[in-house]
Design a protein around this ligand. Sequence first.
Ligand code: NAP
Length: 344
Amino acid sequence: MSPSFTPPATGREWHLVARPHGRPRPDDFALREVPVPAVGPGQVLIRNHFFSVDPYMRGRMGDTNSYVYFPPMALGEAMGGAAVGEVIACADPALAVGDLVLHFGGWREYAVLPATEATRVDTPGIPLSAHLGVLGMTGLSAYAGLFEVADFRPGDAVFVSGAAGAVGSQVGQMARLAGASRVIGSAGTPEKVKYLVEELGFDAAFNYKDGPVLEQLRAAAPHGIDVYFDTVGGDHLEAAIDVLHEHGRVTLCGAIAQYNDVEPPPGPRNLPVAIGKRLHLHGMLVLDHEKLRPRFTTEVAGWIAAGELTWRETVVDGIEHGVDAFLGLFRGDNTGKMIVALRP
Ligand code: NAP
């Protein structure tokens, strides 16, 4: 966008208007047209190109949900979250019109923010949207969850659930690149299973809808696993506990199978097995691992440049489809990172 671009007086943004009970519904949200505020000293006006929809946002929609690890989103305000866009007006010397920036202004066409809340992104040869996925929060979650939280060691056999998703697809590839003895993934469609084995180099993968996870995991990992990277919870976590070796390590990253539960589900029925096996079960939050970001960015950009690590995005076109993109995460609509693209 050229510096002479004149922003419109109004822009559209998604608001949460009701706290979902169970699976969110389209009428829990409203797309509203609001005035674009004037840019004050120290602020920038950003025109978003892409925004991210993420499973963790479900936790922020409840007011008492136990999965909330950020403050709940306010009703009647723009949905927060990561977005990338272009500075189109600037009243701060740290940024300039034309800069491409990452920020957390969320599901909206335009955002006016303090310049300190926008980070310039400049990775030649890598598309802007990658800063929401492979080089963004989900990529860092995979990297930190595997190398720091699970304390990955070469030779480990690694199982990751949600393996065709944004985090899972990176976990499996990173484990392979770092010398895993076997990488196993689970996903929810035959196409995703094929993608894992044929394109991402997983040693084995299965469709968790085809039969009990425990049976399928045992068949895919006949010699057991050392690391389980959990994005799903429920039956996947229970199966992994049974198949892990003694002193096995689990990264508890997500539990998407449970995010819409109205009643707390029963915990893994075999949790006492973790005692005898001396398992390490570690909850993780990516926010705790910011210090890894420079190493993560350098290493992942290097793998991408060498053609050793790939990623996919499922791009939903148009802000008006933002809620449907979010709801699609719970239907398994996405392969790789789910992203909403905004038309200029
Ligand atoms: P994602 O995997 O790209 O998208 C969600 C996927 O979950 C869907 O595509 C779907 O794939 C699968 N899914 C949906 N409902 C399911 C169910 N009932 N059972 C099994 N799988 C189901 O999302 P992501 O951004 O990479 O996040 C993955 C997980 O990591 C989420 O649980 C998220 O909350 C968590 N996370 C945590 C952190 C942290 O800091 N702790 C950071 C990032 C992400 P299928 O077709 O395979 O079912």
